[in-house]
Structures are given as structure tokens and as C-alpha cells.
Design a protein. Structure first.
Length: 245
């Protein structure tokens, strides 16, 4: 699975780094990443001079990560809930991983890892087929196995709401202020094989029995053109830890 994540999940654009640093308003020297996976976001920050501690509960993911990141990156095999406050950081961020964390105590725990005035960032977003006709063909091919492959909002926020999760939770947290939401628009081209490979890393497919996974991937491959255009917008939420409570 770690190799599939590395091969098929797209990286993050330089605009993400610029957005976070502009929001911070001062140099960010240290960062803690929650659920780093194979390090797609780790690279973005570490290669630009930030000292990153990358955490993930999956040792195989971290082993894959270490192949691609600078030696300055420290790795810690731990779930977010198992991290103990001690050292604090100028930035704590999660890239397509925050929904795996336990909502109970999430924000006080996050605040304890941040310097006063430090920045929290979360980014992610679904990958969509840009061509409506291709998207409909894939939906029909998937239908016998999955009604939808969307990841529902963890707090039930409707998809048309102006502020999306986790911004909705951050706005209600006594620990954070200056909550902002931005979207980095992005279009990518993938081969049909790469697109199906990406689907194989999505939770809606992973929970299917193995035999059904093989069937749904085969059906989707049959309706795809050789290459597909993908809408892969990155939604970014930023917030600042309050200096005083």
C-alpha cells in the first residue's frame, strides 16, 4: 500500500508552501506533520529549509518516505493521539490525513504541539474526472459495488457550505483564531492505469472485499480513455494558535 500511495497519489504544488508562509508572516523553522504517509507534503516543506518531524502510525509508509526526503527530516512512528506534548513547533500540518484523527480532544492536543502564535494547516481534496461524460461512465461502472467514493465531511458540513471542515471546527475552537480557507486550483493528466491506481488508495475502495475491488477496477478500466484529465484542487485551511487563552 505504501508503494501505491507513493506511485499514484499526486504531490503538492509549490503554491501550498507559499500560501502557508505568507499566512505565517514570519519565517517558519520547525514543523510537525500529522499522518505524513510517504512524504508527498514532507518534501515540499523540507526541501525549502523547514526542519520537519514527520509522524505516521504506519512504519511501511515512513520507510517509503525516508527514500525521498532530505536527511534533515526526523521520522516518528506514532498516531496523532499518541504524540506527547514536549517540543513545540512553528507549524503543525496534515495533508489529506486529518480525518483519520480522533475528534475528541483534537484541538487542545493540536494546540499543545504549537508555539503560541504558531500556524496549523490542513490541506487536501478529492481528485475528480474533469470530463462529465467520463465521470458518468465511471459512476455507472462503479455502481454495482459503490454508490459513491466520496469521503463525507467528518462533521456533516454540507458540500455547498462556504466554510468546509476542518475550518468549521477551527472556528468553534477556543484554541485557534484567524481561520482561513483557500483553494489552489489544479489540473492534471493521468493515464487510465494511474487513475485506477489512485482509486486503489482511496478508503471507499479499500474497504471492499478483495474480489470486489478487482472487479470494480476492471470495470472502470474498460470505460476509461487512454488518458484522463483530472481536477485535483487543493483546499487549504489555516489557523493560528491563540497566544493567550
Amino acid at each position: 500500500m505504501a508503494q501505491a500511495y507513493e506511485r499514484f497519489r499526486p504531490g503538492y504544488p509549490a503554491e501550498l508552501f507559499d500560501l502557508v508562509m505568507t499566512y505565517a508572516g514570519q519565517p517558519v523553522r520547525t514543523a510537525l506533520e500529522i499522518g505524513a504517509g510517504t512524504g508527498k507534503a514532507t518534501r515540499l516543506f523540507a526541501q525549502r529549509g523547514v526542519t520537519v518531524t514527520a509522524t505516521d502510525p504506519d512504519g511501511a509508509m515512513l520507510a517509503e518516505l525516508r527514500k525521498y526526503v532530505p536527511a534533515t527530516v526526523n521520522t516518528v512512528q506514532a498516531a496523532f493521539e499518541d504524540l506527547r506534548p514536549g517540543e513545540s513547533y512553528g507549524l503543525v500540518y496534515a495533508a489529506a490525513a486529518l480525518h483519520w484523527t480522533n475528534p475528541e480532544g483534537r484541538w487542545p492536543r493540536m494546540a499543545a504541539l504549537l508555539d503560541p502564535g504558531g500556524v496549523f494547516a490542513s490541506c487536501g481534496g478529492p481528485i475528480r474526472l474533469a470530463d462529465p461524460a467520463v465521470e458518468e461512465a465511471v459512476r455507472a461502472a462503479r455502481a454495482p459495488f459503490l454508490e459513491s467514493d466520496d469521503v463525507p465531511s467528518p462533521d456533516g458540513t454540507p458540500p455547498d457550505h462556504a466554510m468546509q471542515w476542518p475550518g468549521t471546527e477551527l472556528q468553534q475552537s477556543e484554541w485557534f483564531t484567524d481561520v482561513r480557507q483557500s483553494v489552489i486550483e489544479r489540473r492534471l493528466t493521468m493515464s487510465a492505469h494511474e487513475y485506477v491506481g489512485h482509486l486503489s488508495t482511496i478508503s471507499a475502495y479499500l474497504v471492499l472485499p478483495t474480489s470486489e475491488q478487482e472487479q470494480v477496477y476492471s470495470r472502470i478500466m474498460q470505460v476509461l480513455p487512454e488518458t484522463v484529465e483530472i481536477a485535483a484542487d487543493v483546499t487549504v485551511h489555516l489557523a493560528r494558535r491563540r497566544r493567550k487563552r
